[in-house]
Design a binder for this molecule. Structure first.
Ligand code: HEM
Length: 395
């Protein structure tokens, strides 16, 4: 068994899709509670049971000082960087906008977006599925779900990416100043207009029996603006890539569409688009056979946990025969993703749509980047082509 000191140079910001799984396998097998000296020092949990336990235990593993590592300036996101009972109040503002009924109501809209994007992609003979589908779909969804304008959402990917390079040296508040300006402009537009949508409803929201303050509203809207698109883009890219690399899998899903939701869960587990988030210990904690002192930053690696072979046999394989239930791609416990039902719906509709078209394949090798902000991992480009349909086939 290695000691926590064997991984002192581990830096989750430099993970790539190519190196991340072997890195985590080594940590999980030899030192499941490791310590890195990077970014001011932090611990890394990589076993399924340990990550789940820490995600559940909000008393010992707090989010209130921020869930990013490093986290200059402390916790600022609502509801991510809060603990119960405050968290419960804030989270309500999100769950109201994303109830299962609301997601069901959105289905025709989502299907329309998927059809439009994928039909255009097919008509042009394929292209970069990240730029043409995976980036655009979650942004369009944000216009409907919250009420942001198309001009606002069009600016989000570049501004979010830029903020990730800044958070190593400045607070999230400073790094996201431009996103804040966009959100302020949206609040102004909604206050002065007669638009009725989720954002206009949030203007009159209550928190703990009192009207929401302006700064709280800005932070709620910033979370809607940032939490929902990069994660979903990376998940959509992962699903398309998995399909493109495996024609037999495409045929199977076409023949047995009831397998599609399970396929989506497996892709989420295997790719883990939100790879990890942090906590701070509020007391001395025993976990995974080690003692972590009070006041330490701890990274909960959802990605490593999702590849723990003691929980998922042959973890690197998308296996339609297993139930991926209990995977941690959306986190676990009180902070488990509020947008999960919406993201799942987008993913399922996309796979259904692709299965109604000729087979896709890789037109060139996709490019993958490093973890954005130490959290998000996905493909930067995904060149896709459609198989020519020969006469006499039904596709
Ligand atoms: C496949 C896509 C997505 C993935 C992989 C993902 C992943 C996650 C994860 C791992 C967490 C847990 C954070 C923690 O434990 O600290 C989380 C929380 C959250 N997600 Fe997602 N997410 C996705 C889509 C979305 C969407 C579409 C939205 C909104 C429209 C959204 C909004 C949020 C919010 C607001 C939280 C904070 C919840 C809380 O602190 O209670 N996410 N997400």
């Amino acid at each position: 068994m290695a000691s926590p000191g064997d991984f002192t140079d581990f830096d989750h910001h430099s993970n790539t899709y190519e190196n991340v799984w072997s890195r985590y396998e080594k940590m999980r097998d030899t030192c499941p509670v490791a310590h890195s000296d990077q970014h001011g020092g932090f611990w890394v949990l990589t076993r399924y049971d340990d990550v789940k336990k820490a995600a559940r235990d909000t008393e010992a593993f707090s989010s209130a000082q921020g869930v990013r590592v490093p986290n200059i300036g402390g916790g600022q996101s609502i509801p991510l960087d809060t603990d119960p009972p405050v968290h419960t109040e804030y989270r309500r503002l999100f769950t109201q906008a994303l109830t299962p009924d609301r997601v069901r109501e959105l289905r025709p809209f989502l299907r329309g977006c998927v059809d439009e994007l994928v039909d255009a992609f097919f008509a042009q003979g394929g292209g970069d599925a990240i730029a043409d589908i995976a980036v655009l779909l979650p942004l369009r969804v944000l216009t409907e779900v919250i009420g942001f304008s198309e001009q606002t959402v069009a600016q989000l990917p570049a501004l979010t990416t830029a903020s990730w390079t800044k958070i190593a040296t400045m607070s999230l508040h400073e790094a996201r100043a431009e996103i804040r300006n966009l959100v302020e402009a949206e609040i102004e537009r909604h206050r002065s207009g007669d638009v009725v949508d989720e954002l206009s409803r949030l203007l009159d929201a209550e928190v703990d029996g009192r009207p929401i303050e302006h700064d709280e509203l800005v932070r709620v809207l910033q979370s809607f603006a940032t939490a929902g698109h990069e994660t979903t883009t990376n998940a959509l890219g992962g699903v398309i890539h998995t399909l493109a690399a495996d024609p037999a899998l495409q045929d199977l899903l076409r023949a047995e569409p009831e397998l599609i939701p399970g396929f989506v869960e497996e892709c989420l587990r295997v790719r883990s688009p939100a790879q990890q988030l942090g906590r701070v210990t509020t007391c001395e904690v025993e976990i995974g056979g080690r003692t972590i002192p009070e006041g330490e930053r701890v990274l909960l690696s959802f990605a490593a946990a999702n590849h723990d072979s003691s929980r998922f046999a042959e973890p690197d394989r998308v296996d339609l025969g297993r139930s991926a239930r209990g995977h941690l791609a959306f986190g676990w416990g009180v902070h488990q993703c509020v947008g999960a039902a919406l993201a799942r719906q987008e993913l399922v509709l996309l796979v259904e749509k692709l299965c109604a078209l000729p087979r896709i394949g890789l037109a060139a090798t996709p490019e993958s980047g490093t973890t954005q902000g130490g959290i998000h991992l996905g493909l930067r480009t995904l060149p896709i082509e459609f198989e020519p349909v020969s006469a006499g086939t039904d596709r």
